[in-house]
Design a protein. Sequence first.
Length: 82
Amino acid sequence: MNLFVIGLPYDLDDAELVEIFEKFGTIKSAKVVLDRETGKSRGFAFVDMPDNAEAKDAMESLNGIVLGKKAKALIIKEAERR
């Protein structure tokens, strides 16, 4: 299941994203989306977890938590297919 994660701190990188989600299971990929011009995080990411049950567990457990100094709570949902 591919997850869309919103509300990330701007200083969070791919490796830290993996650390957060790997507690819930196997991570196929985790990518923080960067601004093309500045190279800085845009505050959202995609995490691909092959096991749907593990992905749902991560989604339920992490939705609403606040990471770092950023005041926004995480919003995690299944990514829409393009």
